[in-house]
Design a binder for this molecule. Sequence first.
Ligand code: SPV
Ligand code: MG
Length: 298
Amino acid sequence: MQQSSNLRKKLETNQIVKVCGAYDSMSAKLVESHGFDAIWAGSFAISAIHNVPDASILTMTEFFTAASNMANACEIPVIADCDTGYGDATNVRYMTKKYESAGIAGICIEDKTFPKQNSLLEGGNNQLLSEKEFSAKILAANEAKQNDDFTIIARIEALISGIGMKEALKRADAYEKAGADLILIHSKQITPEEIFEFADSWKGTAPLVVIPTTYYSVNVDELIKHKIKMVIYANQTLRAAHLALSNLLTEMKDANNMSKVQDKMSPMDDIFKLQEMHDVKSQEKILEEKLRKLGYIS
Ligand code: SPV
Ligand code: MG
């Protein structure tokens, strides 16, 4: 099944859709094998593995390569975090075609100005684009998509920028009218109150998406109660990998041998399984048999 149709099917059930962030093919594959519904190809994590700020430093091509590598490696849908759409409505039109034809299930664009900075950065620049200009980007993405199931998520940064709830709700209405399939309401508060207030006041029909990074203690049950349809755990895998590697390297540096770190790593066989290395051996056997039948091997 196409990844975009798969995502639509999940959105049609009455379950919350659980999406987890990844930063490369291996982390995406792990997200898939642990049973998540979809993968978030997030700009924060992809920027981090390139050691650059999440501030529109990488180009569309680099983000696209990262997301399409994940889509190639996995069967579950990949949702690409496309920041502000890498330019204006024309760039969004081009970008949408490119992402959709690579088998990515959906894109998310946010209503900040380019270049953007990560929304959770203390003192970050969170200037908003006008509602009209962002609506033009949503319209352009809709015109560009080929398959109805390709999903367009409009991300509202009004609460992040501090402009307020009224503006956030007004923009959600506008973006739904422009054709957004889902509305992502982002918050950097440490509690979910403003997200709940938004969800309870929202009169539209587009399903809501949240990213509970700062308000991490919110329960899934509470999200469901407030009619939130999708939860994205955006950067936990990147941060966990960073911590695990840092701890391991500290131990390795001062160790006389590697005995002590053996239980801090996956066994080689787990990596062979991830790579489907065992398939290579069975494919070799099949080839050998065919060559024998052709008389090349006695
Ligand atoms: C990301 O994961 O890149 C996001 C979510 O956009 S946040 O870091 O909260 O902005
Ligand atoms: Mg991002």
